[in-house]
Design a protein around this ligand. Sequence first.
Ligand code: KIV
Ligand code: ZN
Length: 504
Amino acid sequence: MDRVIIFDTTLRDGEQAAGGTLNIQEKLEIARQLERLGVDVIEAGFPISSPGDFTAVEAIAKEVRTPVICGLARAHPDDIDRAWEAVKGAEHPRIHVFLSSSDIHLVYQLKKSRQEILEMARSMVARARKYLDDVEFSPMDASRTEPEYIYQILEATIAAGATTVNIPDTVGYATPEEFGGLIEGIFKNVPNIGQAVVSVHCHNDLGLAVANSLEALRRGARQVECTINGIGERAGNASLEEIVMAIKTRQNFYDLTTGVDSTQIYKTSRLVSELTGFAVQPNKAIVGANAFRHESGIHQDGVIKMPITFEIMEPKTVGIPASKLVLGKLSGRHAFRERLAELGYTLSEENFSRAFAAFKDLADKKKDVTDKDIESLVAEEKRTVAETYHLDRLQVTCGSGIPTASVVLTDRDGNSQADTALGTGPVDAVYKAINKIVQVPNALTEFTVKSVTEGIDAIGEVLVRIENEGITYTGRGADTDIIIASAKAYMNALNRLLAAKKTG
Ligand code: KIV
Ligand code: ZN
């Protein structure tokens, strides 16, 4: 059985999704989890694109030792040199060079001839090969490129030293039959194709990214580029969990295998959703809240009698926690630690103590603390960003009169500042009072409230996105009081904005 190389690009193409900016700590945290998940390659970022991206790739390269750590580069000398600087500390470094190949891109965007593009691709792969042995080349917009020209570029770049050639369906235009045909054509028409791994990278504009990737694997591709929860540019990329579980569940059909530990999938999905602020739709295959829920009586009856009647995968194969054990205010540190371990979390002593204090606080307000509540508490710990301002106190009056909010914030030196504002509603009043103290111009572009569990005493989770100078910052907050959750989420986003401004 052939092994498929799983190339995860959550931290590069995934982070390109509008509004999905992650800071360095968050990227490192996701990279560590991707290593536990068992992916073969982590595309950690695009080092020349910003100092923050460079630092994140460099930090991941230094710390995450098992997978290949890859940095993206355009076919420009400066990009390649910068990518090498970022990945050179990795145990297994890779540089991924890309350059458009379709006439549409050559004529309208790059204004270059096919011959010029071929030469740029060849010489930049050769440049990267001077630094390291593992070089990937992608002809961007390959699926809209004349196949004969793709064959020529691939032959030239493999001759120049590319060890992986990646075929992107950049705009998600291909259908499975066409895309599979392109891959088959590459195997037949590129004389030196045996010297490189053939990879695919599919976007989901027509909802075909996973189908196209799987068809390409059937026709001989052996690396697949994908992201957790399918996040990515526009409609996203092929979803890692769907590809891995299709290969695993339909092994009788594909006759392929991967190195992924599928029991880590659910946890990875939750982490990426928490840190990017992109909710997973309930009906999302594999990781959606309803993916293993049976509503119809006939289905429930069947599953109780024998799960295989309506379940093609067991929830535990993807790491969905089976235990429904409920903790309450009498539960101690030991029970809480055990539950965290069962849910797959290992926290430092400091984070554990804070999460335990938050759990006790919650158990005082809420009779039963469920797994989802605990996941929310742990997520709250992970959201921690170096705080320029901390929300100390909050008082709101609302009802039929004019809503009023008073807030007290403390800065890093321990100085407290208080202010008051009126608003159209309690959240508006709170945000205006905070703005009077923090004074960073921003536009609120998204505000979402959801309850973590059922019931009147449920934790409310608030997500906000704010925009400053064209960059979006996401903030999240959770509390049994949704006004406090809203204030925490706004403070979280503002602190991210302030931290980003400080690091440039
Ligand atoms: O979609 C695309 O073509 C890409 C390339 C950089 C591989 O993301
Ligand atoms: Zn892409």
